[in-house]
Design a protein around this ligand. Sequence first.
Ligand SMILES: NC(=O)c1ccc[n+]([C@@H]2O[C@H](COP(=O)([O-])OP(=O)(O)OC[C@H]3O[C@@H](n4cnc5c(N)ncnc54)[C@H](O)[C@@H]3O)[C@@H](O)[C@H]2O)c1
Length: 323
Amino acid sequence: MTVLVTGVAGFIGCDTALRLLDRGERVVGIDNVSGYYSTRLKQARLDRLEGRDGFTFHRIDLADRGALAAALDDTADVRRVVHLAAQPGVRHSIDHPFDYVDANLAGHVEILEYCRRREGLEHLVYASSSSVYGDTSRRPFSVADRTGRPLSLYGATKLACEQMSHCYSHLYGLHQTGLRFFTVYGPWGRPDMAVYTFTDAIAAGRPIRVFNRGDMRRDFTFIDDIVTGVLAALDNPPPAEAPHRLYNIGNSQPEPLDRLIGLIETALGKRAEMIMEPMQPGEVGETHADIGETRRDLGFEPVTTLESGIPRFVEWYRSYHGA
Ligand SMILES: NC(=O)c1ccc[n+]([C@@H]2O[C@H](COP(=O)([O-])OP(=O)(O)OC[C@H]3O[C@@H](n4cnc5c(N)ncnc54)[C@H](O)[C@@H]3O)[C@@H](O)[C@H]2O)c1
């Protein structure tokens, strides 16, 4: 049996593929290696996968209609799909709206069409985001809450993906699980996210920009816990009577920005110079995952605290950058 992993050159996709290979699955990975951030980092992630038994890679743009089905012939034996490819980032969506239309909307429909036509396909697991909660005032964020008001185009496209998935499950009985990830960090992480940008700046002695004057809390979730959640979801397809399910995958422990900065300072042995700035458009003040249902249905239990995860990120950062 083969698992198709999209976004395999990405942060979460690469580690997901590695964990699947470790447990003996065959993995077909696809990615367009987009230039949104360092393609050198994406290639370095692919280097971790290339040469592993059972791994094949296709460089495909999901916005290229039909390219996926053409590349994966019937011999691929794809039974399960983990769809992680997307244009991420709240801030980038302010100035580059069509990147989100192509990768997230057209890309998601491309995957849905592939899955519904694929004989014997058992389960599609796809990435959603805490950004779908937008200005929801209730804490913690629960999948049972109404989520109709995202604050960024990124969040709006992720919400649209969930709705399109719901529709495909209803129409074609496609078994799907959508995972709302909460601020993922760790080794091989994304250079556009706070943990990486702060580490990079503090290490180089540059000031860091602290938005909303530091009055922000994020439910930082370590990559290993995220991948454990992805695999738990993949192994537990929803039942035929309710073929589409949604779960939060988060640490369920919102942390203030100053604590994050303090932990990075300690791990680097350097003090941060901070420039206080107002809230960025599209951002929310706090994220906090209610993981009650994820625990109950998938046995999901995050185990990595920010205190233990940040030194592991910084250690990787140093070795990757030769610092
Ligand atoms: N990292 C987080 O904190 C976080 C939080 C919430 C949701 N998510 C979601 O999780 C998924 C994975 O995120 P990530 O952090 O690994 O991001 P990432 O950018 O590292 O990985 C996404 C990958 O998708 C690829 N891609 C983009 N557009 C594509 C296209 N049109 N066709 C083929 N490949 C394409 C990119 O090249 C990239 O390698 C995304 O769907 C993202 O929206 C991530």
